[in-house]
Design a protein around this ligand. Sequence first.
Ligand code: SF4
Length: 183
Amino acid sequence: MLVKKVEIAQVMPCIADPAKIRVIAKADHRLEEVLPFLDRVIPTALYSGKAGFLTYKRGLSIITLHASGEIAMTQITDNEEAVKILNEIKDKINDTWARREEIDLSESKERIQLGPLDLYAYLPKTNCGECGEKTCMAFAMKVLNEGKKLSDCTVLAEDKYRGARDTLVSLLESAGYTIDETK
Ligand code: SF4
């Protein structure tokens, strides 16, 4: 068993829906070894080996597993749901780790096709203009055309957007973009 315990470390209001919570939890073991395998068994997973995290959607929630063992979850109803999902994640990690020899990592995963709406969904949507673009949608198009980097959106650097930022990095990397300057 790779992970014996996952504990909630921090609970905050959710940005997208203030009626819900964001949860940061910590596994009692680092996760970098299991992340490439989880990438193959979770159909919606986006994995960035370079950045050291894997992110996926579960209903409306974005779940991000970090190499360090940190687990971040957005749009969670309450503590009870958080505990239930964390138990699911722990079981998925341990089951995947136990079956790792059956999972083929030799073939690279198919690259995803990205459109501006895919990026826009995770941008702050304030249209504040800090990035030099009039709207977040214009910024999304520029990022896809490599005329802007994610780091040009200073709002996205705020801690509350961390889950969204990680998802954007994973999306871009999964579509073949280089992420060196986007974090
Ligand atoms: S800085 Fe970020 S939040 Fe502001 S307009 Fe640009 S993309 Fe949108």
